[in-house]
Every structure is written in C-alpha cells, then in structure tokens.
Design a protein around this ligand. Sequence first.
Ligand code: GUN
Length: 300
Amino acid sequence: MNTLTQIIDGKLISLQIQDEIFLQVEELKKNNKKIPHLAAILVGSDGASETYVAAKVRACERVGFNSTLIRLPELVSEQELLKKIKDLNTDSDVDGYIVQLPLPKHINEYKILEAISPQKDVDGFHPQNVGRMALNLPTYLPATPFGIIQLLERYKIDTIGKHCVVIGRSHIVGSPMSILMARNTAFGNCTVSLCHSRTVNLKEFTLNADILIVALGIPEFITADMVKDGVVIIDVGITRIISGKTKSGFKLVGDVNYDEVAPKASFITPVPGGVGPMTIASLLINTLKASRGDVYQQLD
Ligand code: GUN
C-alpha cells in the first residue's frame, strides 16, 4: 500500500459520535429532560432489513435512547401501514421514526414516505425534507449521505472545487449525495458528475474524479485502471459473496476492488468498517435533533 494512503475508519468515527451522543443523553437524564425516542417499522422479514433494523435498535440502547420496533407482516395492507404511521405521527413520546425500505411490492413506497410527518422523518426521505436539503435549508439529511459528509469533515478532506463523481442515482444514496456535494457548504462546493447505468464511457468520468463515491451494488466493479493517483474513494457498496478463506464461508465486499485501488488512493473507506457504521451514527444524530425540535424550529 502507498504509505500516503489513509484508511477512513468509519467504525471508529461512528463509535466516537455515539460516545458524544451518550454523554448528551446522560446530561438530559441528569436534568430530568425527555429521553430521545426512535421508532422503526419493519414490514416482513427480509434478511438484510432485519440486520439493519436490529443494528439501529442496538445503537439506540448503547447511547441511552428509547426505541420501539414495530413489526408488521409481509402481507400487511397499505391501509394498515398508513394507520400505524398516523399513530406514530401523533404519539408525542416518539420523536422520530423510520420505515425500513424496501417495502413489499403491493405497497406504494411514495405514499408511505409522504405520510410520515416531516418533523419526525429522521431518514430525510419525505419530499418536503428532500426539497429542504436541495435548498440548503435546515432538515434531516438521509443517513448514508450524511454519514459520508461527516467522514469528509472529520478527515478534513478538501472538497472545494474538486471533481466529485457519484456512481448510482438511487433516492437513498446517489441522488442526495450529488446534491450535497454540489452545495455551497464547507464540505461541498464540488463540481459533480452523477453517473448511472446509462452513462456512456464511465471510465472517462472515473479517471477524472478527485473524489469517487460508488453506490452501485456491483462487487469490486471499480478497478485500479479506472482511477487516478491521489483519488479519494468512498465505497458505499456492501455485498456478501462466497469465500473459501473465511470460517463462515462468506465475506463482505464493496463496489471497489480494495486491494488494487487502495495503493493509488489518498483516502479510502474499507468494506466493512467504512461508510456502513456511519449510517447508524447519522440516524442517532437526526433523532437527537428531532427530540430537541432543532430542525423545524429554525424556520417555522
Ligand atoms: N434501506 C436501505 N437503507 C435505508 C435507510 O437508510 N433507511 C431506511 N428506512 N431503509 C433503508
């Protein structure tokens, strides 16, 4: 590995942020103030969603938040789910909540996300909060993009005027990421290219990237010949593949061929232990903000 390559330790930063939040919760307890409360709705029993939601609940316990996990069967009707959402919108003890995605095919995801009270939308997926993000107004930033911004910030990575190439245009990662990196803010101000499955000659873009953010879901897609020396690599991908080298018979890999690309990079996020743990930290920060009423107080 290039001695100048810095590995971005998302696990460590996430734990640091959780420690900071723990101390703030201790302070709230000492002063008999309300303890932040996050609720999560999980529909069905998709393996990955189960894992993610369990990690979110565990993180709440670690920092001292209250948490509620609401499980609904795979075949729950849209109407029943909307009723649950209405209940959470009016439950004054719940500060913020999430509906874990993806939802079963018979449920209209946008209808559900629009029903969430924007004040309690700690995932930042409600159209109102997406609009506020685009306008650089106070809002809840979606967990993965917010986590990446915090990594750039904590590692003091210079973004101003840089060419940031984002691969993937999902509503959860790629699209908001492209908006955040272009904003006129301290860890933004990039010239952004948003690439996706229809991009022609992707390599021309990746070779020109100062910062490359990959959220594609194709294991080890980015190879050494696709990046320039000194690039900052943010790898959002996480896929479980079969491996003869691990006890479990599986290993987790990102969208970037780490062994090949790391020697050329100035900074790189590993998988696992890079972006993944930061999503939890972001959700906790958003929940703390929701319980304080910070976000909406500033404008309304
Ligand atoms: N599914 C994948 N990522 C996320 C996320 O950040 N929030 C929710 N609610 N569902 C997801």
